[in-house]
Design a protein around this ligand. Structure first.
Ligand SMILES: NC(=O)c1ccc[n+]([C@@H]2O[C@H](COP(=O)([O-])OP(=O)(O)OC[C@H]3O[C@@H](n4cnc5c(N)ncnc54)[C@H](O)[C@@H]3O)[C@@H](O)[C@H]2O)c1
Length: 427
C-alpha cells in the first residue's frame, strides 16, 4: 500500500494503489473504473453494512475482501470510493480521512452546510486527499457549453436558467431512501447538486444568496408503500411505470418535494434559476445561458444532442446561428464516471492535480440545502456562509488551473434524435 497525503503524493507509486469501495448498491459499479483508469491501482476490498450489500460485493467484485464496515478498510486500502446514502457521507468520509485513507466521495458532499464544512475541515487538517464525485462536470454537454462560453461566443454570462425534467415515474427518487428527508435533506441536494455545480462553473462564481419554492404534488398522494429489502433501483426501474400517480411500492416515508425551484444570486452578480420536476414524461435537463452577446441552449444532454448558439439579431428561429454536436455516450454517463474515477486515482497515486475542487462541491451543498430551508420557510432568502481562508487555500493548492477552451467543431444540421433507451442510472 502507499499512503500519500494530498500535499506529498509520490511522483511514481512503487506499488499499485489499493482501493476499496464503501456501500455496494446501485452506484458501486463505478469501482470497476479503478481497473479501467489506466493507473497502477487495484480494487482490493468492499464494505457494506448489510448482508445483501455484502452479497452484491462478492458477486460484483470477485476476489476482493468483503467487510461489514468502513472501519475495517483501514489497513487494507490506501483509498476508498464512498457510494453510500447521502446522510452517511460525513461520518464515513471524516473517519476515513482521519485514518489517512484518501476518499472519493459521491455527490452530494453532505446533506448540510455544517457536515460539508466538517469534511473539508478534516481534509485540510489531515492533508488526506479528498475528491467529490461531481462527474457531471466531465460530461460532454457541460464541457461543450463551458467551451462556448470560454471562447466568448455569447459575450459575458449574465443569467442562467436550468429546467430539469426528472422523469421515469418516480423510480429514481421515490421508491427508497431518496424520498426521506432524514436521508437526503432535499432533492435540491441529491439531484440538483450536479446542476448547481455546473451553474457555478458556467457563471464563474458561487451562489451567495438563494431562495426556494416547491411542494410535494404527486407522490405524496400515492398510498402504495413498502420497504424494499435487498433491492436496488435496477430491480424496479421500468418504462411501464407510468403515469406517476399509478406508481406502486413507494418508500414508506415520502416527505421530499417532487417540484423544487430555486433562484440564486452569485458572487459576480450573475443571477440563475433551477427548476426540478419528478413527474415529467421525459428525462433530461435543459440549460439556457444568456450573455451580453448571445445565448446558448442544449437540446438533449448526451451524445446525439446539440448545443445551439444564437448570437445574431432575428425573430424566433428553431435552428441556432451555430450548432455544436454533443459527443460522448448516448445515454447515461459512463464516460463521465470513468473520467472522474481516473482523475481521483491519478491524484492519489501520482499527485496529478484534479480539475474538480471540494470547495465547489461545498458551494453546491450550501446553495441546495439553503434553498430547501427557504422553500420550507415561506421562500425567505438565505445567505451562504463563507468557508475559512485556510480551507480555501488548502484546496486552491490542490486544484488544477482551468483548461483552455477546445477548438470548435460547429455544424448547422440538426442531428437525428437518439433511439437508444436510457439506462436506469441517474445523474
Ligand atoms: N454521481 C452520480 O451520477 C450518482 C449516481 C447515482 C448515485 N450517486 C450517489 O451514490 C450514492 C449511493 O447511491 P445508490 O443509488 O448507490 O444507493 P443504494 O441505496 O443503491 O446503495 C447504497 C449502499 O450503501 C450501503 N450502506 C448504507 N449505509 C452504509 C454504511 N454506513 N456503510 C457501508 N455501507 C452502507 C447500503 O446497504 C447499500 O448497499 C449516493 O450518495 C448518491 O447520491 C451518484
Amino acid at each position: 500500500m502507499t499512503s500519500p497525503t494530498a500535499e506529498q503524493a509520490p511522483a511514481a507509486a512503487s506499488a499499485p494503489l489499493c482501493v476499496g469501495v464503501v456501500g455496494v448498491g446501485q452506484r458501486a459499479y463505478i469501482a470497476h473504473h479503478v481497473a479501467a483508469s489506466g493507473e497502477a491501482a487495484v480494487l482490493v476490498a468492499a464494505a457494506d453494512t448489510t448482508a445483501d450489500g455484502r452479497d452484491r460485493a462478492a458477486a460484483q467484485f470477485p476476489g476482493v475482501a468483503v467487510v461489514a464496515s468502513h472501519h475495517e478498510l483501514v489497513g487494507l486500502v490506501d483509498a476508498a470510493i464512498v457510494t453510500t446514502p447521502d446522510a452517511t457521507h460525513a461520518t464515513i468520509a471524516t473517519d476515513l480521512l482521519r485514518a489517512g485513507v484518501a476518499v472519493y466521495l459521491e455527490k452530494p458532499l453532505a446533506t448540510s452546510v455544517a457536515d460539508a464544512d466538517a469534511i473539508l475541515g478534516v481534509a485540510a487538517e489531515t492533508g488526506t486527499p479528498l475528491y467529490v464525485g461531481h462527474n457531471f462536470r466531465h460530461a460532454a454537454v457541460v464541457r461543450l457549453m463551458h467551451d462556448v462560453i470560454a471562447r466568448g461566443e455569447i459575450g459575458e454570462v449574465k443569467t442562467i436558467w436550468v429546467r430539469h425534467f426528472v422523469g421515469n415515474g418516480g423510480d429514481y427518487y421515490f421508491k427508497d431512501w431518496h424520498a426521506d428527508r432524514s436521508q437526503t435533506g432535499t432533492l435540491l441536494l441529491q439531484k440538483a447538486s450536479h446542476d448547481i455545480d455546473v451553474v457555478h462553473l458556467l457563471a464563474g462564481a458561487f451562489t451567495e444568496r438563494v431562495v426556494g419554492m416547491g411542494d410535494l404534488m404527486v407522490y405524496g398522494d400515492v398510498d402504495d408503500r413498502r420497504e424494499r429489502p435487498g433491492e436496488t433501483v435496477d430491480d424496479w426501474f421500468s418504462f411501464d411505470n407510468w403515469p406517476p400517480a399509478s406508481a406502486t411500492g413507494l418508500n414508506p416515508v415520502v416527505d421530499v418535494e417532487d417540484v423544487s425551484m430555486m433562484m440564486m444570486t452569485l458572487g459576480n452578480g450573475v443571477v440563475a434559476s433551477y427548476q426540478q420536476c419528478h413527474f415529467t414524461p421525459d428525462y433530461w435537463r435543459n440549460y439556457t445561458v444568456v450573455g451580453t452577446e448571445g445565448r446558448l441552449e442544449n437540446v438533449g444532454d448526451t451524445g446525439g444532442g446539440v448545443v445551439k448558439v444564437w448570437n445574431r439579431r432575428h425573430d424566433w428561429q428553431v435552428a441556432g446561428d451555430v450548432e455544436y454536436p454533443i459527443d460522448g455516450v448516448e445515454a447515461g454517463h459512463a464516460d463521465a464516471d470513468l473520467a472522474a474515477v481516473a482523475e481521483f486515482v491519478a491524484f492519489v497515486a501520482r499527485g496529478v492535480l484534479p480539475s474538480l475542487s471540494p470547495v465547489a462541491a461545498r458551494a453546491a451543498v450550501a446553495a441546495g440545502s439553503l434553498a430547501a430551508e427557504s422553500l420550507r420557510d415561506g421562500s425567505t432568502p438565505r445567505d451562504v456562509p463563507p468557508l475559512p481562508d485556510a480551507v480555501l487555500e488548502h484546496f486552491a493548492r490542490l486544484t488544477a488551473p482551468a483548461a483552455p477552451a477546445a477548438v470548435p467543431r460547429p455544424t448547422r444540421s440538426a442531428p437525428a434524435a437518439s433511439s437508444a433507451a436510457p439506462d436506469p442510472v441517474a445523474l
